[in-house]
Design a protein around this ligand. Structure first.
Ligand code: FAD
Length: 274
């Protein structure tokens, strides 16, 4: 890589955990600078230059990239806001993508660019203290919720929190052990992992099946909480596959929930990855 690129690479990969093929948890530490304060649910930018190699199994690029130009993308932070030695991210490989095949080729100790500005409105700040929260995710859409849970679960013991995490296969359910353990020790956390492609499971999947929308319509959360989540008592967060976001949005609106915006407060909060 040329000298100009090296000066731009201001961080190092300090841990790399493969959850399943095409799913990675990475920890990135700033080099020679301090991470700013941030709020759980926010995101920053990761980047690599066009000269960075692509991982095995990714598609080859039709057009050559400018070797010096940084390819930048937004990623939600999964780590707690308390410890700030590094930031953690949960990444899915887009085989035809520009950046993710390069991120997946990184090893521990490799340099990359970490955006020093952390931003985003997908946080619990606009949720009143006395409201419960339902966090719906598919795939790496779980990322912002991990930061919320790790940062503030212990502070709000009166608040019910339900995490609904959908994946094709049980082995794609990143953070499953951590969330299952937290749900066992914190009764106010309900963890609902669900799998859609059950025929592929090596041993029969005994948990919930289908999509996030099925969890909502079947009333599993009502049963687990002992009451019906309504716009009066609960806020809903949606992050992940655009189909899930659209489907959940329609169902929640039918139940009287309203999409939140800065100008007009509501109970549905969205983060669209693409
Ligand atoms: C606020 C925000 C936060 C984000 N946080 C995360 C995160 O925590 N983890 C993460 O993996 N991605 C996250 N993304 C998506 C990320 O920014 C990139 O778009 C993604 O990594 C693909 O980059 P790429 O350069 O490899 O693909 P590109 O060459 O940019 O191709 C983009 C295409 O990839 C597909 N795509 C993008 N994201 C995904 C995905 N997560 N799963 C499946 N297909 C996808 C879509 O078809 C999209 O049109 C976030 C995006 C936003 C806007």
């Amino acid at each position: 890589m040329a000298t100009t690129e090296k000066t731009a690479l201001n961080a190092r990969l300090i841990q790399r955990t493969e959850v399943a093929p095409g799913l990675l948890i990475v920890q990135v530490a700033p080099e020679g600078w301090e991470l700013p304060e941030f709020r759980p649910g926010q995101y920053t930018v990761l980047a690599l230059p066009g000269s960075a190699p692509r991982c095995e199994g990714s598609d080859s690029e039709a057009n050559e990239r400018d070797p010096a130009k940084l390819i930048k993308r937004a990623y939600s932070i999964t780590s707690s806001t308390v410890g700030r030695d590094y930031l953690e991210f949960y990444l899915t490989l887009v085989r035809s993508g520009e950046l993710t095949p390069r991120l997946f080729a990184l090893g521990v100790g490799d340099a990359l660019y970490l955006g020093p500005k952390i931003t985003g409105m997908f946080t619990l700040e606009s949720v009143p203290e006395d409201q419960h929260v339902m966090l719906f995710a598919t795939g790496t859409g779980l990322a912002p919720y991990m930061s919320m849970i790790r940062s503030s679960l212990a502070e709000h013991r009166h608040r019910r929190v339900a995490i609904v995490h959908g994946a094709y296969h049980s082995w794609d359910l990143g953070y499953r052990a951590e969330l299952a353990t937290l749900a066992r020790v914190c009764p106010h956390l309900t963890y609902l992992p669900l799998v859609s492609e059950t025929a592929d499971e090596p041993v029969p999947w005994r948990g919930l099946t289908g999509f996030c929308q099925d969890v909502w319509t079947s009333g599993v959360i009502d049963e687990r909480w002992g009451f019906r989540p309504t716009p009066e008592n609960t806020h809903a967060f949606l992050c992940g596959h655009p189909g899930m976001i659209q489907g959940m949005l329609e169902l929640l609106k039918e139940s009287g929930f309203v999409e939140h915006s800065k100008k007009s407060p509501g109970q549905i909060h969205l983060e669209k990855y693409w």
